[in-house]
Design a protein around this ligand. Structure first.
Ligand SMILES: [Zn+2]
Length: 269
């Protein structure tokens, strides 16, 4: 449904809203209380620079690792980790419920979490977890201190007993472990893809390489300039319009299919 909404900056906008009536009303209230996209961006640009500069200074004073990433990523991650470190300080001072659990392991766990968080340099790691905490209807709302702390702390733990020692439930701990495993699988696949892009380029391949499985056991590789059909085990048929030798391409295709024995995948050399 289309709605006319006046944003807090005074600009009028038309929004096409879906979901339930209650959620549409919630979204409209949020739209009315916030500036439009371009005014918001302008305001952010001004605030962001000073905020992230200040955050970078305090993070540095805590001896946090230098962040890696693009300038925009680093700036954003500096403010995220400053918020996390502040939340952690509060927790250590006994000001949040995460410290309710009074076990002898508590101090050890907090110490380990603090040192892990200080040492994580990838800006994308900080941003990825932070983004997962944002409300899809109200994405500019900052997550509560409690949510922020629970999630980042849970990401640093590998034993459920340690989670319990700082008041994190088994449920939250398990959910985070699953998310971590998924994120690792994505990273591992990216490394694999990158290595095959390099191999493909080394033999002179250009463009798309795509693994296709039809669900009946037949598997092919379609590329921009050749196609390879594996009928049976590598009894491959090859249509090749490249100047690369069939032998090299077949070898490459076999390796690609070995690397992804069950899934579809595509990449660009
Ligand atoms: Zn505006």
């Amino acid at each position: 449904m289309k709605y006319d909404v006046q944003r807090s900056c005074g600009h009028d906008e038309v929004h096409d809203l879906f979901r339930s009536a209650a959620e549409r009303q919630r979204k409209i209230r949020w739209l009315k209380s916030t500036p439009c996209e371009s005014c918001y961006r302008e305001e952010q640009k001004q605030n962001c620079k000073t905020n992230s500069e200040m955050a970078a200074k305090t993070n540095q004073a805590r001896k946090a690792a230098l962040l890696l990433g693009s300038v925009a990523q680093v700036n954003w991650a500096e403010t995220i980790r400053q918020a996390v470190f502040n939340a952690l300080d509060e927790a250590l001072a006994g000001k949040t419920i995460l410290l309710d659990a009074k076990t002898k392991d508590r101090k050890r766990v907090w110490k380990s979490v603090s040192s892990q968080l200080l040492a994580i340099p990838e800006a994308s790691w900080w941003i990825g977890i932070y983004k997962s905490l944002l409300d899809p209807v109200n994405p500019r709302k900052t997550p509560s201190t409690h949510t922020l702390l629970t999630e980042f702390v849970a990401h640093c733990l590998s034993k459920v007993e340690d989670a319990h020692a700082v008041g994190i439930t088994t449920e939250v701990f398990s959910r985070v472990q699953i998310a971590k495993a998924r994120a690792n699988a994505v990273i591992e696949n990216k490394i694999k893809v990158d290595s095959f892009i390099a191999k493909g380029r080394a033999i002179g391949l250009k463009g798309r390489v795509k693994i296709w499985r039809d669900g009946k056991g037949s598997v092919s590789i379609f590329a921009d300039d050749f196609s390879f059909t594996a009928e049976g085990r590598w009894a491959g048929k090859l249509e090749n319009e490249t100047k690369i030798s069939n032998k090299k391409i077949v070898e490459f295709c076999k390796e690609v299919l070995d690397a992804w024995p069950k899934t579809q995948e595509q990449f660009y050399c």
